[in-house]
Design a binder for this molecule. Structure first.
Ligand SMILES: *Cc1c(COP(=O)(O)O)cnc(C)c1O
Length: 380
């Protein structure tokens, strides 16, 4: 089945009791049993919910996996993965990993004796020097945030095949419409479904997808034991969002390409970071690894300071100033004072996050209106 059909049909059955074509919102905490222990597969809402079950089946199909697990947030999904580790285990991740992921690893899990290495995973030699017999998890995103660097999923999987480490890709920025890490050798995919998958900026939800039944069983145990599950309403909203994932992504990617091309020609703009541009460092790898180049980009200004960035941030009308990404509406943000403010300035600068860096999450509005809005803001 093609992806565009999967988003509509995978995991979705008409409701057996009524024929309702949309999976109902099963707003219930418990289920009546015929006799003690004799039930229809549903006992208690933390453990199972039919709306969530439909969502989990859909997520598994979208990522070419077998098992899907839904969580109350992207961070709750990551937390479940980290709970697979024991004291003495080591993680390898990237220097520019999502801020919330960095915080969870360092502030929460280091105190339990789990050690993390933050490296540039594009450096194959450094990866070989860092990996050791204690490495249990390799965790990364591609494209990265906010510099849109591209990591070679297949290469990283091949280079670490001999180790016992689980390879988990945070596929939030690409979405399964553009990139499916399980097909490239990863063991596990994580999503902040809050972003492109749900797609309407109206829900917080996380997901894990894998193929291995033993890994699924361990994660399922944690999902139930810790209980960070999404409610039926949020599961429904995500299922509804998934139906339009392909058409939304197609439009957003098209818009993003046109916008990246346009702003790269502006005098006030120093550099545009968008993997779809031929001049981008990761362009050829992205062209191999992704079906399209995504709808996230960032750019710096010739006038490399916060004041110049603020002028643009204050002037856009269609691009709303907000954190998050992946919704139908376009957003604009300033990583140095928003998403990446907790990173010390020197460290930020080293990662390329200068004071004039502006990040865009391009939505699905008409591209002419988006271009006009940005041009007006950039030219003043
Ligand atoms: C938003 C985000 C997360 C965290 O997800 P939540 O749903 O906000 O908990 C993790 N990784 C990436 C890349 C994100 O953009």
């Amino acid at each position: 089945m093609k992806f565009e059909t999967k988003v509509i049909h995978a995991g979705i059955e008409p409701d057996p009791s009524t024929g309702a074509i949309m999976t109902p919102i099963f707003q219930t905490s418990t289920y009546v049993q015929d006799a003690p222990g004799k039930h229809k597969g549903y006992e208690y809402g933390r453990t199972q919910n039919p709306t969530r079950t439909a969502l989990e089946a859909s997520l598994a199909a979208l990522e070419s996996g077998i098992h899907g697990l839904a969580f109350a947030s992207g961070m709750a999904a990551m937390d479940a993965v980290l709970k697979l580790l024991s004291p003495g285990d080591e993680i390898i991740t990237t220097t520019d990993v999502y801020g919330g992921s960095y915080r969870l690893i360092v502030k929460q899990y280091e105190q339990y004796g789990i050690k993390a290495h933050f490296i540039d995973l594009r450096d194959r030699k450094l990866l070989q020097e860092t990996i050791n017999e204690n490495t249990r998890l390799i965790w990364f995103e591609t494209p990265t945030n906010p510099m849109l660097k591209i990591l070679d999923i297949k290469q990283i999987c091949q280079d670490t095949k001999k180790s016992q480490a689980l390879i988990c890709v945070d596929n939030t920025f690409a979405s399964p419409h553009l990139q499916r890490p399980l097909e490239l050798g990863a063991d596990l995919v994580m999503h902040s479904a809050t972003k492109y998958i749900a797609g309407h900026s109206d829900v917080i939800l996380g997901a894990l997808i894998c193929k291995d039944p033993i890994l699924e069983e361990r994660l399922r145990f944690i999902q139930n034991a810790s209980g960070a599950v999404p409610g039926p309403m949020d599961s429904f909203l995500t299922l509804r969002g998934i139906k339009t994932l392909s058409v939304r992504m197609d439009r957003a990617c098209e818009n993003a390409y046109q916008i990246a091309t346009l702003i790269s020609k502006q005098k006030a703009v120093r550099q545009v970071f968008y993997p779809g541009l031929k001049t981008a460092e990761g362009h050829s790898l992205a062209a191999r690894q992704m079906s399209q180049f995504g709808a996230m980009m960032s750019f710096t200004l010739r006038d490399d300071n916060k004041r110049a960035a603020n002028k643009i941030l204050n002037r856009t009308k269609l691009f709303s100033l907000a954190e998050s990404l992946g919704g139908v509406e376009s957003l604009i943000g300033h990583p140095a004072s928003m998403t990446h403010a907790s990173i010390p300035k020197a460290k930020r600068a080293k990662a390329g996050i200068s004071d004039s860096l502006i990040r865009l999450s391009v939505g699905i509005e008409h591209v002419d209106d988006l271009c006009e809005d940005l041009l007006h803001a950039i030219k003043g």
